[in-house]
Design a protein around this ligand. Structure first.
Ligand code: URA
Length: 185
């Protein structure tokens, strides 16, 4: 069943399907243009996201903003969401059972937005949304067609903070994302 945005957000706000629903400060539902052609999907909220209720606003988010700016994609023109809507304690990786319980909310968001392009931020969302054995070092920036969507994955901005040498590849991948976006108009 397809929900409206209001119904979906309300459902997420009331969600206690997994224990993260009890430990969150705020739900991190997603933000941006609900009619975006391009959607980014990260992993899960971190501390700053949990405190603000907005995805990618911490150090990694600020770095991601720089890449968006570098390729001339206004942040408010895209939609940004995470696989998990609540913060895992101490920023640990999402557990498969948490992903299983939360992924339907993301599916509903995708159904409502109907983006042409979905870009996974990092290995974890790529392995869930593209292919379980997705290899981020080999396959970042490679486009896949899934139903009516074109999908690819780029490095997670947190990884770029730990390994700045990968920023060059990130810029190339983001330029390719912009080129795909430009093809649509
Ligand atoms: N990392 C993510 O994957 N998502 C966020 O919202 C913040 C950091």
């Amino acid at each position: 069943m397809e929900l409206t945005w209001e119904e979906l957000e309300e459902k997420c706000k009331n969600c206690h399907a997994c224990p993260l629903g009890d430990t969150r400060t705020n739900l991190v539902f997603g933000c941006g243009d609900r009619n975006a052609k391009l959607m980014f999907v990260g992993e899960a909220p971190g501390e700053n996201e949990d405190l603000s209720g907005i995805p990618f606003v911490g150090r990694a988010g600020k770095l991601f903003d720089k890449f968006l700016e570098a390729v001339d994609i206004p942040r408010e023109s895209v939609y940004i969401a995470n696989m998990l809507k609540c913060r895992p304690p101490k920023n640990r990786d999402p557990k498969p059972e948490e992903e299983d319980l939360c992924i339907e909310y993301l599916r509903q968001q995708v159904k409502l937005i109907k983006p042409a392009l979905i870009v996974c931020l990092g290995r974890i969302s790529a392995q869930r949304l593209i292919r379980p054995d997705f290899k981020i070092t080999k396959e970042h920036g490679v486009w896949f067609t899934k139903g009516s969507y074109k999908m690819c994955a780029v490095y997670h901005p947190s990884l770029l903070l730990r390994d700045p040498r990968k920023k060059e590849d990130m810029l190339i991948d983001m330029q390719a994302v912009k080129a795909e976006l430009d093809k649509l108009s």
